[in-house]
Design a protein around this ligand. Structure first.
Ligand code: NAD
Length: 378
C-alpha cells in the first residue's frame, strides 16, 4: 500500500509529517513510502536521507493514487476533494475551524484521522500530537519573549550593580504553560502561574513556579479540561488577575478550551497598565486570543497608561513550526505510531473497535463520524 508524505501547502508551515527515521519505520511495516521532493527541507531532513531510509522520493506527490496521506496542517478543501474514496488521512485537522475541508473529506469518502481527537489515555500518549506540539510551543514562546525583553531574565549581582530577575506570569498551565514555566525558570526568571483548574497548582509548583490562587470557584470540565466561564465569572477573573498582570514584566498566555474560542483573560487596559518595556506573548492568538487587541503573527505596541513607553503585545503564530526539526521529529513519531496501530503485514486496515482509532476518526464511509463536528455542519 502507498503511504504519501507531501510538502505542506499552508503558508508558514515548516514541519513535515515524517522524518527519515519514521519513514524507515513505515517501510518496516511493509508499506511503500512516497516522499515529495523537498518535503523535509525546511525541517532539515534531506531527500537523500529519506531515500536512504527506504522511501521513494518523487518530484510530485499524486495524492489521488495514495492509500494513506500523512500531513501536518489541515488539508485544503481542494486537496481533500482530490483524494480517492477509501483513502486514509492522518494529521491535524482543526475540525472546529476547517468545516469546509471536513465536508470535502466526507464527500470524497475519505477515512480521516484527526490527531486532535486522539483520546488522552495512557495507551495513546505516543500518538498525542497536541501534547508534543504544545511542548515545543511552550518552550518557544518564552524565547520569543526573552528576545524582545529589553532586560535580563536572571538575577545578576555584579561589581557594576545588581540586576533583579524578570517577573514572568504564565496564564494557563496546561502542557504549553508548564513548558513555558520550566523554560522561563531555566532562564532564571521569577515565575508565577495561574490556571482555572486547581489540579494544576501542584504541576506549577513542580516546574518551579509559584501558583497564583484567585478567589474564584474551581471550574473543571470533563477529562481534565477546563470549561468556559460564565461572563460574570470571566469578568471577575480578569479583575482578580489585574494586579498580578500589573506586577509582571513578561506575561505569557496559553489558556484554551477544546473546540471553543480562547477565553479572554487580559483586557487592553490591563496591558496598558503594565510597565513600559514589558512583553506579552499570547499563544492563543490564532484561536481568538487570551489578550484583547492581539493580532496573530504581529507585534502590536500598546502605549502604557503612565504615558512613558509601550508594552509589546506579541500574537504568536505557528509557534511549533518555528522549531521545525524537533517539532517534526516528535510529530512524525505521533503519526507513525498511529499508522502502526492500524497496520499489519503491510495492510493498513483500521479496526474501529479500538477506542483510539474510533476516537480519532473524523470522517468515514461518506459520513462525519465525530459528533460535535457533524452537529456543527448541520
Ligand atoms: P489546553 O491547551 O486545552 O488549555 C491550556 C490550559 O488553559 C488548560 O490547563 C486550561 O485549564 C487552561 N484554561 C482554560 N480556561 C482558562 C481560564 N479561563 N483561565 C485560566 N486558565 C484557563 O490544555 P492542555 O495542555 O491540552 O491540557 C488540558 C488537560 O489535559 C490537563 O489536565 C492535562 O494534564 C491533560 N493532559 C492529559 C494527557 C494524557 O492523559 N495523555 C496529555 C496532555 C494533557
Amino acid at each position: 500500500m502507498k503511504v504519501g508524505i507531501g510538502r505542506e501547502l499552508r503558508e508558514g508551515e515548516r514541519r513535515v509529517a515524517a522524518t527519515p527515521e519514521t519513514a524507515g519505520q513505515l517501510v518496516a511495516l511493509g508499506v511503500e513510502v512516497l516522499v515529495e521532493a523537498g518535503a523535509g527541507t525546511e525541517s532539515g531532513y534531506s531527500d537523500g536521507a529519506y531515500a536512504d531510509a527506504g522511501a521513494s522520493v518523487v518530484p510530485h506527490l499524486a495524492v489521488g493514487e495514495l492509500d494513506v496521506l500523512c500531513h501536518v496542517r489541515p488539508l485544503t478543501p481542494a486537496q481533500a476533494s482530490s483524494l480517492r474514496s477509501g483513502t486514509i488521512t492522518i494529521g491535524l485537522a482543526s475540525p472546529a475551524a476547517e468545516l469546509e475541508t471536513v465536508s470535502a473529506l466526507a464527500a470524497a469518502g475519505v477515512t480521516a484521522f484527526a490527531l486532535e481527537l486522539v483520546p488522552r489515555i495512557s495507551r495513546a500518549q505516543s500518538m498525542d500530537a497536541l501534547t508534543s506540539q504544545a511542548l515545543v510551543a511552550g518552550y518557544r514562546i518564552v524565547l520569543e519573549a526573552a528576545i524582545r525583553f529589553p532586560r535580563f531574565f536572571p538575577l545578576y549581582m555584579t561589581a557594576a550593580g545588581t540586576i533583579p530577575p524578570a517577573r514572568v506570569l504564565v496564564l494557563g498551565a496546561g502542557v504549553a504553560g508548564l513548558q513555558a514555566i520550566g523554560t522561563a525558570k531555566r532562564l532564571g526568571a521569577r515565575v508565577s502561574a495561574y490556571d482555572v483548574r486547581p489540579a494544576s497548582a501542584d504541576e506549577v509548583t513542580s516546574m518551579g513556579g509559584t501558583f497564583v490562587h484567585l478567589d474564584l470557584d474551581a471550574v473543571e470540565g470533563t477529562g481534565g479540561y477546563a470549561r468556559e466561564l460564565s461572563e460574570d465569572r470571566a469578568v471577575r477573573q480578569r479583575e482578580l488577575l489585574a494586579p498580578h498582570v500589573a506586577a509582571a514584566d513578561v506575561l505569557i498566555t496559553t489558556a484554551a478550551i477544546p473546540g471553543r474560542p480562547a477565553p479572554l483573560l487580559v483586557t487592553s487596559d490591563m496591558v496598558a497598565g503594565m510597565r513600559a518595556g514589558s512583553i506579552v506573548v499570547d499563544l492563543a492568538a490564532e484561536s481568538g486570543g487570551n489578550v484583547e487587541g492581539v493580532v496573530a503573527g504581529r507585534d502590536v505596541p500598546v502605549p502604557t497608561t503612565a504615558g512613558d513607553g509601550v508594552v509589546t503585545l506579541v500574537g504568536m503564530k505557528d509557534a511549533a513550526s518555528a522549531m521545525p526539526a524537533d517539532a517534526s521529529r516528535l510529530y512524525a513519531k505521533n503519526v507513525a505510531n498511529l499508522l502502526a496501530l492500524m497496520t499489519a503485514d503491510g495492510i493498513v486496515a483500521p479496526d474501529f473497535a479500538d477506542e483510539v482509532l474510533a476516537g480519532a476518526c473524523l470522517t468515514h464511509d461518506g459520513k462525519v463520524t465525530h459528533a460535535p463536528t457533524a452537529a456543527a455542519l448541520e
